[in-house]
Write a protein that binds this ligand. Sequence first.
Ligand SMILES: Cc1ncc(COP(=O)(O)O)c(C=O)c1O
Length: 363
Amino acid sequence: MRPQPYLEPMPLRGRISRAQPLGLPIVNVGFNELPYPPLPSVLTALHNTTAQAQSYGSPHCDALRDALAAQNGLDAEQIVCGNGSEELLDVIARCFARPGDAILISQFGYIQFALTANRVGATLIKAPEAAFTTDVDALLGAVTDQTRLVFLANPNNPTGTMVPLEALRRLARDLRPDIVLVLDLAYGEFAEAGYCDAVHKLVATHENVIVTRTFSKAYGLAGLRVGWCHAAPWMIPVIYAARGMGTVNAAAQAGAVAALGEQAGIDKQVAEIKSERARIAGALGQLGLEVIPSHTNFMMARFRDGSADLTEKLVEHLFDQGGFIVNRTREPGLEDFFRFSLHLPDNNDRLVACIRRFAAEAR
Ligand SMILES: Cc1ncc(COP(=O)(O)O)c(C=O)c1O
């Protein structure tokens, strides 16, 4: 007899682990990361802090919260930082959901929402989408007496789609005020200018809204693991009650502060990615692929007459012929899609060329 775990086991997902057969460098475009290395001032901050690694970082990330507050026009006392926004999603679920409660997400909502619901033993409810996009009315219609938490990534991963700000405002207005609404802006910087600022304003008018952000995407610091959330004052001590004391390490805090000081450079990188997004969507469209309109730094696409098997073959081909690791979208209803992050123009061109060759051979 074995001990009985409370959690559903989670096997590691198979990834391509063999050597690249042509000896090409590996380009991982499967994790929605940016292709740019940290800017020099960020590297300096990291170096200076690791040279002092005998000391703890600030447990409450004081300098980082001050910098975030100044940059975003917010109150530092309403910000909590975490070991990636992933930690904060987990912390929020632990604060507000238990077995018997329901966590509501959109049909193709970010996978971590489902994993988080599993961790706290809550029931996961999915509201149907239309055209791979969140349907706010379907979300509101799926609310029950058990609902404690709604997680919504806007823009969303893996679809890359988003609902307009007006729909978010309506969701915040019409959702029962005793239900926590988490608006995950991991890709908010890749939407239209001013979008993130407008979403943060919902926190002032709705005491149940939490906005989460990350340094992993637009700020290109995925490996440092820094995220943050912004919530009403009453929520902050609740969130701290569930978050570990020193989860954001000192180097990560210093790197994130330095990145905030490089906003012009960060904006330039985001603009480059957005321009590549339009260019590559056009190129794949010309190859006859269906490309789901993306508001992020990645995109989801499929062959129009494709299948999950064909996509599997494409994923193998892109690795074997180009060294690309792209993401096979495995969520039910998305099995024939693949997903990749926009990279430097040369690599994006190589990726399109590989897909073109595959399309020609597969037909
Ligand atoms: C929608 C969304 N939210 C949150 C995260 C978590 O990001 P991090 O933990 O790196 O901040 C991701 C990462 O891919 C994501 O796609």
